[in-house]
Design a protein around this ligand. Structure first.
Ligand SMILES: *[C@@H]1O[C@H](CO)[C@@H](O)[C@H](O)[C@H]1NC(C)=O
Ligand SMILES: *[C@@H]1O[C@H](CO)[C@@H](O)[C@H](O)[C@H]1NC(C)=O
Ligand SMILES: *[C@@H]1O[C@H](CO)[C@@H](O)[C@H](O)[C@H]1NC(C)=O
Ligand SMILES: *[C@@H]1O[C@H](CO)[C@@H](O)[C@H](O)[C@H]1NC(C)=O
Ligand SMILES: *[C@@H]1O[C@H](CO)[C@@H](O)[C@H](O)[C@H]1NC(C)=O
Ligand SMILES: *[C@@H]1O[C@H](CO)[C@@H](O)[C@H](O)[C@H]1NC(C)=O
Ligand SMILES: *[C@@H]1O[C@H](CO)[C@@H](O)[C@H](O)[C@H]1NC(C)=O
Ligand SMILES: *[C@@H]1O[C@H](CO)[C@@H](O)[C@H](O)[C@H]1NC(C)=O
Ligand SMILES: *[C@@H]1O[C@H](CO)[C@@H](O)[C@H](O)[C@H]1NC(C)=O
Ligand SMILES: *[C@@H]1O[C@H](CO)[C@@H](O)[C@H](O)[C@H]1NC(C)=O
Ligand SMILES: *[C@@H]1O[C@H](CO)[C@@H](O)[C@H](O)[C@H]1NC(C)=O
Ligand SMILES: *[C@@H]1O[C@H](CO)[C@@H](O)[C@H](O)[C@H]1NC(C)=O
Length: 492
């Protein structure tokens, strides 16, 4: 009896196992069927498929797991990823997508999906990434958006036509590392709850219609590397807490209505900052001298504000600096000679302030410089030698009080890259150097409103790149129109 009972026992076990697997097979195939259903609904809602991706490849004869852009889990065979970026698909996103209950990655960026983002998508709790940037979606985000997205790490819905407010329950998306909502019509306030997303690394909110302040809670984001909220009508001060985010590499807050001073200890806690771009706001006060502590700074943009005082010489210690934009402010005093220490500087732009004195000769020694704009200040003295500026392409020194001789080495062979030379509105004397023809890339030469004299070198008429020549209000002897005509003739 014993062996039989044992056998019976085994038999029952096998029977039970097979019922179980039959059951789970049925369950699984039912849900795979749901996945297929969802994807077919998705396909049916496509109105334009110019590369015939879906119409030919998404064939019902094969498993959805073989369809272009679809990935399935190895064990359960359920759809885990839908990746169809940049296929120029147009249509709407059907609510059935919310039935893909194992979906982890959704990327349908750079297509032309329109209509609303179905609410059900935010119910797929397995989602890790949602990328729908650069489409034509409208409508708003549901207020319970983050109730069922415990795993979401990246949400990129920028460059659509979405509107409404950012749902304050955003804090429930606790694993977000990347939040990109730029280039939409989002409005209202930026919710302070964003400050609770403790592992957020990238925050892009720019080019929206936000009102009000930058919440100081954003300063709690201790892993943030990118803070980008340009062109969004933000007002009041930049919270000092933002300058406390030591992980920060990029801060873009340009083209808002931010005002008041930036804190004097600004760079005490920004050891990693590479780009600080605050141009076109209403910021005032002085540039904090502790700027030198932002040792990794490559791009400093403070133009078009109401900054005043002197330009601190400490800027000369920012040895990584490549772009320095300080123009259209109320700076007084001289250009610090320490700026000549910036051996990587490519762009130096400080037009339309109230700078006085000479340009330090060290500045004419920055061999990396491609672009220099110090126009419309009250700078004076001579324009020194050009020998050190072998890469210079554009030079704007117009509307100042420069005097003395026109620099004769301007077209010496080692700076022949110059394309634009605008020196009008000064008191320069002497002649245009006869070697001007060596500036073979010269397109625009503006010397109007100076005290230049002598002959205009006829070689100018033969310069092939030449487009614009301004020489009026000087003391030249030759007839300008002929030369201008020649250069036009060459061009056309
Ligand atoms: C669809 O595309 C995939 C990947 O390119 C390919 O493996 C599959 O055979 C295609 N199926 C059909 C029906 O064309
Ligand atoms: C898919 O199946 C249909 C019938 O269900 C058949 O007419 C068609 O030829 C099949 N296509 C492929 C590519 O096997
Ligand atoms: C999937 O979702 C749609 C719309 O959200 C719904 O109508 C449908 O019943 C769901 N279930 C299946 C199995 O497709
Ligand atoms: C946006 O998508 C269109 C196609 O719809 C594409 O041509 C364009 O390059 C995309 N733009 C960006 C910035 O990704
Ligand atoms: C996107 O679709 C809309 C209509 O839904 C259309 O007006 C627009 O021109 C399309 N854009 C592109 C880039 O195809
Ligand atoms: C989201 O899921 C919950 C519970 O699972 C359900 O009650 C709710 O209707 C779902 N919402 C959407 C928009 O599918
Ligand atoms: C977040 O920041 C606010 C204001 O800056 C502060 O009061 C609060 O304690 C911070 N919360 C956490 C969890 O650090
Ligand atoms: C600045 O922002 C306004 C909206 O706040 C926008 O209309 C304008 O185009 C932006 N300008 C630049 C240069 O980005
Ligand atoms: C900056 O951080 C320090 C220490 O982490 C803290 O004591 C201080 O209050 C913070 N300052 C601001 C303005 O958040
Ligand atoms: C910076 O420039 C000043 C004056 O031009 C000079 O005395 C100083 O040694 C320079 N510092 C460095 C670190 O190069
Ligand atoms: C020159 O600078 C002054 C003072 O900064 C400013 O008011 C004026 O608009 C500027 N002119 C030009 C042409 O930029
Ligand atoms: C300019 O550079 C040369 C060579 O690197 C150096 O000898 C000279 O002292 C520099 N001049 C200034 C004003 O920095």
């Amino acid at each position: 009896m014993k062996p039989i009972r044992k056998l019976m026992g085994n038999f029952t076990l096998i029977f039970a196992v097979s019922i179980l697997s039959l059951h789970s097979f049925a369950l699984c195939s039912l849900n795979s069927f749901t996945d297929e259903n969802a994807l077919i609904s998705f396909k049916n809602a496509i109105t334009s498929d110019p590369y015939a991706i879906l119409s030919t490849n998404w064939s019902q004869n094969t498993s959805v797991c073989n369809w272009i852009g679809v990935s399935c889990g190895l064990k359960h065979g359920r759809v885990t990823a839908l990746n169809l970026p940049g296929y120029d698909l147009a249509g709407t996103i059907p609510p059935h997508l919310g039935n893909l209950s194992f979906l982890r990655y959704l990327d349908i960026s750079s297509n032309n999906f329109s209509g609303f983002l179905p609410h059900g998508i935010f119910n797929v709790s397995s989602l890790i990434e949602i990328r729908i940037r650069n489409n034509s979606l409208s409508g708003w985000l549901p207020s319970d958006m983050c109730d069922n997205l415990p795993n979401i790490e990246a949400l990129d819905i920028s460059a659509n036509q979405l509107s409404g407010e950012i749902p304050p329950n955003i804090w429930k998306c606790r694993h977000l590392q990347e939040l990109e909502l730029s280039y939409n019509h989002f409005n209202g306030k930026i919710p302070s709850e964003i400050g609770s997303l403790s592992i957020l690394k990238e925050l892009y909110l720019g080019f929206n219609d936000f009102r009000g302040i930058i919440p100081e809670e954003i300063g709690n984001l201790s892993q943030l590397e990118v803070l980008s909220i340009p062109s969004s009508s933000l007002t009041e001060n930049i919270p000092s807490s933002l300058f406390n985010i030591s992980s920060l590499k990029y801060m873009y807050l340009y083209n808002n209505s931010l005002s008041r001073n930036i804190p004097s200890n600004m760079c005490d806690s920004l050891p990693n900052i590479e780009v600080l771009n605050l141009w076109r706001n209403q910021l005032s006060g002085e540039i904090p001298p502790n700027i030198w502590k932002c040792t990794q700074l490559q791009d400093l943009g403070l133009s078009v504000n109401h900054f005043n005082g002197k330009i601190p010489s400490e800027i000369g210690s920012l040895s990584m600096l490549r772009k320095l934009y300080l123009g259209v402010n109320d700076f007084r005093g001289m250009i610090p000679k320490e700026i000549g220490n910036l051996s990587q500087l490519k762009k130096l732009s400080i037009p339309s302030s109230f700078l006085t004195g000479n340009i330090p000769s060290s500045v004419f020694n920055i061999s990396s410089l491609k672009f220099m704009d110090l126009s419309n200040n009250s700078l004076s003295g001579n324009i020194p030698t050009f020998h050190g500026l072998s890469k210079l392409e554009e030079l704007y020194l117009f509307r100042n009080n420069f005097e003395g001789w026109f620099p004769s080495d301007v077209c010496s062979s080692n700076i022949s890259n110059i394309r634009t030379l605008e020196l009008f509105g000064n008191q320069l004397e002497g002649q245009i150097p006869p070697n001007i023809w060596k500036c073979t890339h010269l397109e625009i030469l503006s010397l109007s409103d100076n005290h230049l004299s002598g002959n205009i070198p006829f070689e100018i008429g033969n310069m092939s790149m030449f487009r614009e020549l301004y020489l009026d209000v000087n003391n030249f002897q030759a007839i300008i129109s002929e030369i201008a005509y020649n250069s036009c003739y060459d061009q056309w």
